[in-house]
Write a protein that binds this ligand. Structure first.
Ligand SMILES: *Cc1c(COP(=O)(O)O)cnc(C)c1O
Length: 433
């Protein structure tokens, strides 16, 4: 099994977090999204403890809540001591609804609207992570109108060459995110920001990319950021107190993916940063990180019911499930690979090669191609592993398919944290005159 929270019961059913997924599917219906809450908590507390230990007090992980945003998730990660980042007013609203402490909320995004800025300011959030000059000006003016001084970080692009690691593509200079160091524009921006009323510049942010399995890209980005911070202290007399290194620790989706040890990797990044700061004779800033996927991905599993199994003579076999791109668009969007199990026959050999297809009117509505599972029959439950991140949060109602419920599993108990959408929900916004 791809992760330790996936096992097989005596009667051959796939278990997740120790629970029989076939029984859960019968209880709640399918498609069904399961979340192993114990594992989410374990991941969150690992980040919190490791960052405190290796980077010191004041350093903390923010949960990148775009990975899975719902009221329960903010409560869970909040109670484990994480801060959060939000990218929209909708995510901010959800966090506040969950009672998440506003001062531990960081507002991200490359284009915050005036409404976003107003909502963040009026909610007294901790920080905006400002992307560009237009945005800083908006925050400055609107905070000034309220007589506030709003703490901000600036998102910079360290200009990491994506060729050193193909997975890294958001930290390069040519990106819709942030302001580039290499072109001199970051320094110009900082010089401007330091003169603006209504805001307090607290430090810098960078994010190198996703699915990173070792410390090196973070160390490379940290080197560029720390060297730049030392330079800014010399040229502008400004010392940044915070360095936010973004998210991106990788997660194992299929057997060929590696594992990353969160605690160990944080230790290695910390050693590297401490040395670099010492070389510049500068104090180590407060370090923030923004894990999303590595908090919640392998805590998720989606269970479907097989509708039909169709073998096209001379071609291949299609297994049609009662969900698809509406609850998991990642294969359609990126060709992302997943591990699939026949949950009803998890003890049988996985020797039936097939393509798993959704039910939307799109031939691209697939969950996986060329995967091997125990030969399924109509009515079997099919489980897709590692669906906790960027599945539900990217789900849609295409073809007016209601979104599945999310059921959290904790200490042997199960509870609905997001209910299944109804057909009434499908027309809730329609005006019927
Ligand atoms: C997406 C994103 C993250 C989270 O990335 P993961 O790969 O899910 O850990 C963190 N910070 C920023 C700015 C992001 O865009």
């Amino acid at each position: 099994m791809i992760h330790s929270n996936i096992t097989v019961s005596d009667d051959g059913h796939l278990c997740f977090a120790g629970r029989d997924t076939v029984q859960l599917a019968e209880k709640y219906g399918t498609p069904l999204m399961l979340i192993d809450e114990d594992r989410v908590r374990e991941r969150a507390s690992t980040y919190v403890a490791a960052m405190r230990e290796y980077f010191g007090e004041g350093s903390a992980p923010l949960y990148a809540s775009k990975a899975l945003s719902c009221v329960a998730m903010y409560k869970i990660v909040g109670s484990e001591g994480m801060s959060v980042d939000v990218v929209s007013s909708g995510e901010l609203y959800t966090a506040l609804k969950a009672g998440f402490p506003a001062e531990r909320i960081y507002f991200h995004g490359n284009n915050k609207t005036a409404d976003d800025v107003r909502y963040g300011l009026d909610s007294r959030i901790g920080y905006f992570v400002a992307d560009n000059l237009d945005e800083v000006e908006r925050i400055s003016v609107m905070a000034g109108e309220r007589g506030m001084t709003q703490p901000i970080l600036l998102r910079l692009t360290p200009g990491i060459d994506p060729h050193t690691n193909e997975k890294i593509s958001t930290g390069k200079v040519d990106s819709k995110f942030g302001t580039a160091i290499e072109t001199g524009q970051a320094e110009q921006l900082i010089a401007r920001v330091l003169t603006m009323p209504g805001i307090k510049l607290c430090g810098f942010h960078c994010h190198v990319g996703s699915q990173v399995f070792d410390q090196y890209p973070f160390c490379d980005a940290a080197d560029i950021m720390i060297d730049f911070m030392a330079h800014i202290e010399q040229s502008l007399g400004y010392r940044a107190e915070i360095l936010n290194l973004g998210g991106g620790f990788g997660v194992r989706y299929v057997d060929s993916d590696p594992y990353i040890d969160i605690r160990d990797t944080i230790r290695l990044i910390a050693e590297h940063i401490n040395n670099r700061c010492a070389e510049h004779g500068m104090p180590v800033p407060r370090i923030l990180m923004e894990p999303g996927r590595s908090i919640v991905a392998d805590s998720g599993m989606t269970v479907y019911t097989v509708g039909s199994v169709k073998t096209i003579a001379g071609y291949k076999s299609y297994v049609a499930i009662d969900g698809g791109m509406t609850d998991n668009p990642r294969y359609t969007l990126y060709g992302s690979k997943y591990t699939v199990y026949n949950a009803s026959r998890a003890d049988a050999p996985a020797d039936f090669k097939c393509t798993v297809a959704g039910r939307c009117c799109e031939s691209g509505d697939l969950i996986a191609e060329g995967v091997s599972v125990a030969r399924p029959q109509s009515g079997d439950k099919l489980a897709v592993a590692v669906t906790g991140a960027y599945n539900y949060s990217m789900a849609s109602n295409y073809n007016r398919v209601p979104r599945p419920p999310i059921v959290a599993l904790r200490g042997g108990a199960d509870r609905v944290i997001v209910r299944r959408e109804t057909y009434a929900d499908m027309v809730a916004c329609d005006i019927d005159e």
